[in-house]
Design a protein around this ligand. Structure first.
Ligand SMILES: *Cc1c(COP(=O)(O)O)cnc(C)c1O
Length: 396
């Protein structure tokens, strides 16, 4: 059998390559931080990591992880409800809830699982899920696993959301679902307006804070802080794999009955392993750090402002951003790839995105800022962008 199947796969892989969509992987042999080393020996500045607060190689988190390795062992070998819950898991859940101003939290192996396991236990045929068109793949998959009626509104478009809410009025329960920050444009969901519409049309709200938690809002509490609706959102999902240390792990936090129901019925929670003690302990340490100072958020916000301002002054077309994601618009797919290749030669590691990851004719380079970046790193990037921009005729 495999012969025929292999042939089929090879043809598919070839067509992916021919379409220019083959995803190669660059191999890093240093820790994840501002300056990384590739296996080619090249040292580059990393502007495409989700390491927004620079915690991926933070010594205090490493120490907390080591400490848990010594005192609580390596792994749990169990799902949570059998024998996979340590005091550390409960403590981390409490810290997440404190951070977001919610009632309770449930941990998952990843945010992909949190989103995959949140809808099916809570909603059925009689209910409506009203989802932003640019929501993350894990939300789309989670919605697919649920029998609720599906409604879709245009990205962050409140007229479109209202239309869908009107259509869904006959359903038993309605939930509006949105990413906090959209990862390609760096825009935020207008949570204040979403909240108003939710009240007007009697809907619940769920927000995925993966790209916004730790980043957005004055103290990094995410979009509910930015839009001053802390405590008003019913469900928040998020990851420990981006700003919060970058290791692994996801969570759903919100109203206590919702979290309790997820503990009873959410399949990725019931049938998948517990996060390792070292990750839980590093997470606890991380939230303690977050509650003591906003130094990292302050630095990240300053870095983002600095970079965006200088890039606009240099003449680049930058999408208005409300996060640490800065989309440098180039519009042409090939140009975005050539630009990124040339930047790598200048020691700047970024990725060019084009259709189907973004809309046709909307190719861009996505720059992700971090508190790990120093001004000299930002200046190096701006200089390289300007040089290549002139070389490729993007700048005059
Ligand atoms: C990264 C991301 C996820 C997945 O997070 P993991 O913890 O890596 O599974 C889910 N939703 C959004 C919006 C994301 O950006």
């Amino acid at each position: 059998m495999y012969g025929k199947f292999q042939q089929y796969l090879q043809t598919e892989l070839d067509s992916i390559t021919e379409a220019g969509l083959f995803k190669g992987e660059r191999i890093i042999n240093s820790p994840q931080e501002a300056e990384i080393t590739l296996t080619t020996g090249q040292k580059v500045l990393n502007f495409c990591m989700n390491n927004y607060l620079g915690l991926s190689n933070n010594q205090e988190l490493i120490d907390a992880a080591k400490n848990a390795l010594d005192t609580r062992g390596f792994g749990m070998s169990s799902v949570r409800f059998i024998c996979g819950t340590q005091d550390l898991h409960k403590e981390l859940e409490k810290k997440v809830a404190e951070f977001f101003g919610t009632e309770d939290t449930i941990l998952y192996a990843a945010a992909f699982d949190a989103n995959g396991g949140v809808f099916e236990p809570l909603f059925s045929e009689e209910d409506a899920i009203i989802s932003d068109s640019l929501n993350h793949a894990s939300i789309i998959d989670g919605v697919r696993l649920c029998k609720a009626q599906r409604y879709r509104y245009e990205n962050a478009d409140m007229a479109s959301l209202e239309e869908q809410l009107i259509k869904a009025q006959d359903q038993r329960f309605r939930i509006i679902v949105t990413d906090g920050v959209f990862s390609m444009d760096g825009n935020t969901a207008p949570m204040d307006e979403i909240n108003k519409l939710a009240k007007k049309y009697d809907a619940l709200i769920m927000v995925d804070e993966c790209h916004s938690a730790g980043v957005v809002g004055k103290t990094g509490r995410g979009v509910t802080e930015q839009f001053n609706i802390r405590g008003e959102v019913d469900i928040i999902t998020g990851t420990l794999g981006k700003a919060f240390g970058g290791a692994i792990g996801g969570f759903t936090t919100g109203k206590k009955e919702i979290i309790e129901m997820l503990r009873q019925r959410s399949r990725p929670y019931l049938f998948s392993n517990s996060i390792p003690p070292m990750v839980a302990n590093a997470g606890i340490k991380m939230f303690d750090m977050m509650s003591q100072t906003t130094a990292l958020q302050d630095k990240l916000h300053a870095n983002t402002d600095y970079f965006v301002k200088k890039m606009i002054n240099a003449g680049f077309d930058i999408k208005p951003t409300k996060s640490a994601i800065c989309a440098v618009m180039l519009y042409d797919a090939k140009l975005s790839q050539d630009f990124a290749t040339k930047l790598l030669a200048e020691g700047i590691y970024v990725i060019g995105f084009y259709y189907p990851v973004v809309a046709k004719g909307q190719a861009r380079i996505r720059v992700q800022l971090s508190a790990a970046h120093e001004t000299k790193h930002l200046d190096h990037a701006i200089t390289a962008f300007t040089k290549i921009g002139k070389e490729l005729g993007v700048l005059k």
